[in-house]
Write a protein that binds this ligand. Structure first.
Ligand SMILES: NC(=O)c1ccc[n+]([C@@H]2O[C@H](COP(=O)([O-])OP(=O)(O)OC[C@H]3O[C@@H](n4cnc5c(N)ncnc54)[C@H](OP(=O)(O)O)[C@@H]3O)[C@@H](O)[C@H]2O)c1
Length: 284
């Protein structure tokens, strides 16, 4: 994949988080990405990869992470990997502490995610599946951000990109727990941005629509707003990070529609929400 204009912008984004130096004295841009073994996380890693960039990639699938790392190294980045489950708070904290000490992290991207949904007949998704989504999507984001936050604040320099979803704007009947987890990610990022702006922390919360990935391949039904490539979505998100935007909603009009739906009286909102139907096949 050749560097796109989005990738070029992304280099500037990561530069906001310079904290270490190379032997030649040039600044190292140090980035951590969760869920980097495929999909959007891999596309973000490759877009950010380049000389002077230290990439720290997290996921559970070590072989897939290594394949992404090889592509990033080919673009000139130095890459560190850890096969860690984002729900394992202690393991996350240990890895992040080591990485942050060695190469102070300037940009952390909470991207790891899973999805599920109601059964074919509308049966509830079940406690295990519901809880897993909240744990990976929301708790996983906390397990990335909280260990890094004190260092970023003390250095008065740091950037976060939290990947939510438009489905967090208004709970849709087919994905209750996924919507809940992503609403939590959005609210968490908005709060952090408001709380720590003066201390030099910049937070971008992202609400993507559909993009092509293993996750979206399990969606049966119409994709409202269409579907872009993971690379195109990565470029959009990184452009927003480079510009220091607090929010990125893509496509914006779909996000606006869902936000408007959330403002309607519940009965009317529910009736309209029931018109947006799809099914998420198990497997995420
Ligand atoms: N695809 C879409 O249309 C869409 C739309 C809006 C938002 N999003 C969000 O965008 C993000 C990326 O989604 P994607 O479509 O790229 O998904 P994907 O292709 O299924 O990739 C998910 C990534 O998350 C990692 N992951 C899952 N569970 C994990 C765990 N317990 N611990 C550590 N890593 C874990 C996976 O790595 P391992 O399997 O190696 O652990 C993988 O790298 C997610 O947060 C998703 O909710 C997706």
């Amino acid at each position: 994949m050749k560097p796109s204009s989005g990738a070029a912008q992304a280099g500037g984004a990561a530069a906001a988080g310079q904290g270490a130096t190379q032997a030649d004295g040039a600044a190292v841009r140090s980035v951590v990405i969760t869920g980097a073994s495929r999909g959007l996380g891999a596309a973000l890693a490759e877009a950010l990869a380049g000389p002077g960039v230290a990439l720290h990639l997290l996921g559970r699938d070590a072989a897939a992470l290594e394949a992404v790392a090889a592509r990033c190294r080919a673009r000139g980045a130095a890459v560190w990997l850890a096969a860690v489950d984002v729900t394992d708070a202690a393991a996350m904290a240990a890895v992040l502490r080591d990485w942050d000490q060695a190469r102070p992290v300037g940009l952390a991207i909470a991207n790891a995610g899973v999805s599920a949904g109601t059964g074919p007949d509308g049966a509830p998704e079940g406690h295990d599946a519901a809880l897993r989504q909240v744990r990976v999507n929301l708790e996983g984001a906390l397990n990335l951000v909280e260990p890094l936050l004190p260092g970023m604040l003390s250095r008065r320099q740091g950037q976060l990109l939290l990947v939510g979803s438009m489905m967090g704007f208004r709970g849709l009947p087919d994905v209750p727990a996924y919507a809940a987890s992503k609403a939590g990610v959005w609210a968490y990022g908005e709060a952090l941005r408001a709380a720590h702006r003066a201390a030099g922390l910049r937070v971008t919360v992202a609400a993507p629509g559909f993009f092509a990935s293993a996750m979206s391949a399990r969606v049966r039904g119409a994709r409202a707003g269409g579907e872009v490539s993971a690379e195109a979505m990565a470029a959009r998100l990184l452009r927003a990070v480079a510009r220091g935007r607090g929010r990125v909603v893509s496509p914006w009009w779909l996000g606006a529609g869902l936000r408007a739906l959330a403002l309607l009286p519940p009965g009317l909102g529910d009736r309209l929400a029931r018109l947006v139907r799809f099914r998420v096949e198990p497997g995420g």
